[in-house]
Write a protein that binds this ligand. Structure first.
Ligand code: 0RA
Length: 637
């Protein structure tokens, strides 16, 4: 409400309606009210401080997860202006905090984080917070104001003097809105690391005060995205020692690229525009790929490595084993695509292409040894790909990859409309048998997989496609793989991985996910991949029984029993211990089951986890398991 009745005007009503709308439909503004939406609040506030850093006024950002459930974000920027904005008859602080999309209106014309899912403005965070406190240091004074659910509960007051400047936002996410208000250290740390990589020299400190011994991590990278590539390739064997790095500014904006090849078979090219991960690519990525393919081919011909009769190396061959980060900053980014993460500005294509062509040609000329290693790697990739293509053609001729000949052990469903159907990938023939009996055959298909499937992280595409279990999966899913992958051919829109609740089961689940990550990533991006949640315990009292899916539920179920009551407790070690009826009611019945949807939100975290867990080196795997030991739900003893 306006604090002074005489200044109450139509505009105030509009403002209230604005923030009311956010509270009514939070998902429209932050994507969801689950953990993902909750963490968006933090990114939103931090992004505002990052904007201040991009404008050249802020060098440090402090984020604290407080013991009382609040998040506070402090920066040493100019501080949000405290003077009145005549148009709204409010202080600029209040405008920024209560008017949708107002954040950038007084910021001048620097590079702004905008578009995508973020960039909705701090006012959205304010609307979705039970309480928000703002403190601004500016003009020699410390200014403070508080809000509840988006409405001011005090006016902006000077509460002391200071010689510095900056902004501090402290907010308590509203439990009426969010399913959970518990922040995850790993999620925040990974995002803050990424932000620090993308903003050379910006110091970001994350502190968790929820533990007795506060946890603190400082992210600051003098090398920017060069350090990013170093970090991504850290656990891999590199093909050449020196990371290729370039930086260029022009009237279009700025471009920064870092790249290094490693001996693996996978491509990890991350593209950002104004710090936003452009998952769907766009003009900057196209410019980069064009330049890379042309420059490497030109060089290989000039050096006589490619002969006149030879075909050009393809972009994919050249990018095999490449880790690269492309980061552009521009004044008016246009984001397109389904998730608004595709850069549309056409001027960026030639801008990036020219910059990369120049610098890469120079690098190759000046470093003949690594240049040769890179080209040898691409040539090998090209040969392997040709061999794989032949193998695929052979198998296709034999009908193996063709969806018309489905694998023998697939129990298909009768409905043919992909959007309505699901397939269970089940560990082992015996559980597969139970699942076949348990299922609703109209829309549920079952594919039993025998034992450990091949670890594709350690094998090239050739061997991967030679594996029987993998062939069965590909043909059942109907999409083909790699370059020939086509999401629109998916035969099911839900692919549910169902493995035992033990160490082997987690391993098999991980192998299957690795396969999707490397060869059918779009299936994950489309939200088609799920993990079944079989119960861990069955508690029986007389003829009645109840299931518990975790230890907390088990304690709750046991707590409900009276002291004298007799009960029996069964701990399920494998799916095979459940009869078909039990399997249906606990894990497969859409009315009663819970499924975990697999997402790739955190591209950096995902890439790291797959390399750590499935790659060649043992040490990172051990470290990963030790780091995550606390979150392991059960151990097989
Ligand atoms: C509007 C104008 C100016 C700065 C900011 C907003 C600003 C917002 C946030 C949010 C978190 N930290 C922030 N720091 C600054 C420019 C002020 C000027 O011209 O002096």
């Amino acid at each position: 409400m306006a604090t002074n009745p005489s200044s109450y005007s139509g505009k105030d009503i509009q403002v209230l309606e604005g923030l009311e709308a956010v509270r009514k439909r939070p998902s429209m503004y932050i994507g969801s009210t689950g953990p993902k939406g909750l963490h968006h609040l933090v990114y939103e506030v931090v992004d505002n401080s990052v904007d201040e850093a991009l404008a050249g006024y802020c060098t440090a950002i402090d984020i604290v997860i407080r013991a009382d459930g609040a998040i506070s974000v402090t920066d040493n920027g100019r501080g949000i202006p405290v003077d009145n904005v005549p148009k709204y008859r409010k202080t600029a602080v209040e405008v920024v905090l209560t008017i949708l999309h107002a954040g950038g209106k007084f910021g001048g014309d620097g590079y702004k984080v905008s578009g995508g899912l973020h960039g909705v403005g701090v006012s959205v965070v304010n609307a979705l917070s039970q309480t928000l406190e703002i403190e601004v240091k500016r003009d020699g004074k410390i200014w403070q104001q508080s809000y509840e659910r988006g409405k001011p509960t005090s006016t902006l007051k000077a509460a002391g003097t200071t010689k510095t400047t900056g902004t501090k936002v402290t907010f308590w996410a509203d439990p009426e809105i969010f399913e959970t208000t518990t922040y995850m250290w790993d999620t925040l740390a990974s995002r803050m690391r990424e932000t620090a990589f993308l903003n050379k020299n910006l110091k970001i400190v994350l502190t968790d005060e929820r533990e007795l011994e506060p946890r603190r991590e400082e992210f600051r990278y003098a090398g920017g995205i060069l350090d990013f590539v170093k970090y991504l390739n850290d656990k891999k064997e590199s093909v050449h020692a020196k990371i290729v790095y370039l930086e260029q500014e022009g009237p279009e904006g700025s471009v920064e690229v870092a790249m290094q090849w490693n001996t693996s078979y996978s491509e990890a090219v991350l593209a950002f525009a104004n710090n936003i991960n452009t998952h769907e690519g766009g003009t900057h990525l196209e410019g980069f790929k064009n330049a890379l393919t042309r420059t490497v081919n030109d060089y290989a011909r000039r050096q006589g490595i490619l002969k006149e009769k030879d075909d050009n190396l393809t972009g994919e061959d050249i990018r095999e084993g490449l880790t690269a980060v492309i980061s552009v900053k521009l004044r008016e980014p246009q984001f397109e695509g389904q998730t608004k993460t595709k850069l549309g500005n056409t001027e960026m294509r030639s801008f990036v292409q020219t910059a990369v062509t120049q610098s890469l040609a120079e690098y190759l000329e000046e470093h003949p040894k690594p240049a040769r290693a890179i080209i040898t790697k691409a040539t090998q990739a090209s040969k392997a790909r040709a061999a794989a293509r032949k193998a695929r053609e052979l198998t296709r001729r034999k009908g193996l990859l063709e969806s018309s000949t489905l694998p023998g052990k697939l129990a298909d469903c009768s409905i043919k409309e992909a959007a309505l159907t699901e397939i269970y990938l089940v560990e082992g023939d015996s559980a597969g048998g139970s699942a076949k009996q348990a299922r609703d055959r109209s829309f549920q298909a079952i594919l039993p997989l025998r034992g450990k499937i091949l670890n594709v992280e350690k094998a090239g595409i050739n061997r991967a496609l030679g594996s029987e279990e993998i062939q069965a999966m590909i043909t059942a899913l109907g999409t083909s793989v790699a370059e020939e992958f086509d999401l629109s051919h998916a035969r099911y829109h839900r692919v549910i991985i169902m493995t035992d609740a033990d160490v082997d089961g987690s391993h098999i689940r991980c192998l299957i996910l690795t396969f999707f990550y490397r060869y059918m990533r779009e299936m994950i991006e489309a939200g088609y991949i799920y993990i079944a949640q079989p119960p861990l315990y069955k508690i029986s009292v007389g003829k009645k029984h109840e299931y518990a899916y975790n230890d907390k539920q088990l304690q709750q179920a046991l707590g409900k029993l009276s002291e004298t009551q007799k009960f029996s407790l069964q701990r399920y070690k494998g799916l095979g211990e459940m009869n078909p009826e039990q399997l249906w009611e606990t894990t497969m019945d859409p009315e009663r089951r819970t499924l975990l949807q697999v997402t790739l939100d955190d591209a950096l975290g995902a890439e790291e986890a797959f390399v750590d867990l499935m790659g060649d080196q043992v040490e990172p795997r051990r470290e990963f398991i030790q780091r995550h030991a606390k979150s392991v739900r059960f151990l097989d003893i």
